[in-house]
Design a protein around this ligand. Structure first.
Ligand code: ME8
Length: 504
């Protein structure tokens, strides 16, 4: 059995989760639901990144401990993911003991390998991204010099004795690795950006602070705590029991990491070098997403133009929102969020296409077939459309391109609606001909329910039950379950409420 271990970035807990964070989490959820349909052994991880200067400073400002801040916010992330129907298998917090143990183990291995050394560092530091910047990387914003290019706010000057990870030693090894593993970085245009970072030359990076208290101490020098990225990245190993022989680490590693384009350097350059140093196998794949923009700008907690996903689902439903996120933008490209775009896509694809198909099939079966479904014809014109949709959806999910996969699935929805319009069973008298047409439509709908289930799980289950299928659609296994002819003749078909009422 193929094992599939998918991770999201672990999110900073300096505010409640905004839309941008839901974006990556929904992609990971759909991807892992698809992997489950394919019969893979699946583990889906998300979590929260709780150490660092930002939290320490927020705690000082609020007069509470950093732990109190993180204990207050981390559960809000878990609750938001539950509300969005995210089926994560685990939720890791970097303040957990299992995480601290794994970080200490990884640090020690890199230190023993001779790749971590003490040095003095003076430089400009962005607290929001927890990164040092060179002068030529900084930008001027409204007359203020030395601003972080990502967060558009001034950096701070720091000088201290730090431990450094000797990243500069890994340039050739990283390039050789990626050359030998084509497709490991996806999509290709984002992967090329990562390769460009390596080719432009790698500097050693600082991995510790003495000025920071809120972090994990270095195992060999307790005056220093770990720099946030060395800490944060290790969550991917910690959750599956790295360093703990009683756990299933070997069953799951290596991972597919879903990341945003803003954390490519840390994930595609630092992280594999750290793993090489520690003698650990590299990740299976890095799937690099774009940003969800609002009016052309990045939506983020630090920029303040935040949309809360939970506000949107009151109008559009959980599945409506999930579908929009997955279908609207090719993974890797930036998406431009607007309420009009959300409603437009909902009405066109969900209300008019999928919802309408389910409703009209149930209505005709009730009126013309006594509410009982017939067997599909083996040589139905829809059989080929279904086979194409299954093949193309499978390829789209395999390439981490849900928008392509869903477009292929919607091809079958459109073909089924067209088939009904062509045959007009609602005008015909009850009899064998109508039964045959509706048997084909029910079979198409059965396959559609399976194919849409990673994106819109509740809707898929509702369709599954309404056409009279037993059990859970999520328990179906591809490709066999989507072979034409699986609809059980004689099943009771029910109508139910509209799946996606139109929004005006
Ligand atoms: O970077 N559109 O955490 P984070 C799409 N803790 N993606 C977005 C987005 C948007 N508008 N806003 C944020 C961190 N993201 C670290 C990660 S992992 C070991 C540590 C994505 O809460 C962003 O691209 O700032 C990033 O990949 C992720 O959310 C985490 O953001």
């Amino acid at each position: 059995m193929t094992s599939t271990y998918v991770t999201t970035p672990i999110y900073y807990v300096n505010a409640e989760p905004p839309l941008g964070l839901a974006y990556t989490t929904i992609f990971g959820d759909a991807l892992t639901r698809w992997a489950r349909l394919m019969g893979d052994d699946v583990y889906y991880l998300t979590g929260t990144d709780e150490h660092g200067l930002k939290i320490q400073q927020s705690a000082e400002a609020a007069g509470v401990t950093p732990q109190e801040i993180t204990d207050g916010i981390a559960p809000k992330f878990a609750a938001a993911w539950e509300r969005l129907n995210i089926a994560n298998d685990d939720f890791i917090r970097t303040t957990e003991q299992r995480h601290k143990d794994a970080v200490a183990e990884l640090l020690q291995r890199c230190y023993d390998a001779g790749d971590i050394e003490l040095d003095t560092f003076a430089g400009k530091y962005c607290v929001a991204c927890e990164e040092y910047y060179q002068d030529d990387e900084l930008v001027e914003i409204d007359g203020t010099p030395d601003c972080c290019p990502t967060h558009q706010r001034p950096v701070e000057y720091f000088e201290e004795e730090n431990y450094f990870f000797r990243l500069s030693r890994f340039e050739d090894r990283l390039l050789d690795y990626y050359a030998a593993h084509p497709g490991a970085l996806t999509p290709e245009h984002r992967g090329n950006e990562a390769l460009g970072l390596i080719r432009s030359g790698l500097r050693d990076f600082s991995i510790s602070r003495t000025s920071l208290e809120w972090g994990i101490p270095l195992p060999w020098d307790a005056d220093h705590v770990t720099y946030v990225w060395f800490d944060a990245l290790t969550n991917y190993l910690a959750a599956i029991g790295f360093g703990d022989d009683s756990k299933d680490y070997a069953r799951w590693w290596p991972a597919t990491h879903l990341i945003g384009k803003d954390i490519v350097r840390q994930h595609c350059v630092y992280w594999p070098a750290m793993l090489m140093s520690a003698g650990i196998e590299l990740p299976a794949r890095w799937a690099i997403g774009g940003w969800l923009l609002v009016g052309g700008e990045k939506m983020s907690k630090t920029s303040g133009n935040v949309v809360n996903p939970l506000d949107l689902i009151d109008d559009i439903g959980v599945d409506g929102f999930r579908y929009y996120v997955l279908a609207d933008t090719a993974y890797g490209n930036d998406g431009d969020f607007s309420y009009e775009g959300l409603v437009g896509r909902y009405n066109a694809d969900l209300a008019n296409n999928l919802g309408n198909l389910a409703a009209r099939v149930a209505t005709v079966v009730a009126k013309k077939c006594d509410g009982v479904g017939s067997a599909p014809s083996p040589d139905s014109a829809l059989a080929e459309a279904a086979a194409t949709a299954v093949a193309d959806s499978t390829a789209g999910w395999a390439d981490v391109q849900p928008s392509r996969a869903l477009d292929a699935t919607w091809g079958l929805i459109r073909a089924t609606n067209a088939y009904l319009e062509q045959n007009e069973p609602w005008k015909a008298d009850p009899g064998a001909e109508v039964d045959a047409v509706m048997g084909d439509a029910l079979e198409a709908l059965r396959i559609i329910a399976i194919l849409v289930s990673p994106a819109v799980p509740d809707t898929a289950q509702a369709v599954w039950e309404r056409i009279g299928m037993a059990g859970a659609v999520a328990d179906q296994r591809l490709p066999d379950a989507a072979t034409w002819g699986g609809y059980a003749a004689g099943s009771a078909v029910t109508k139910g409420d509209p799946l996606f009422p139109r929004i005006s």
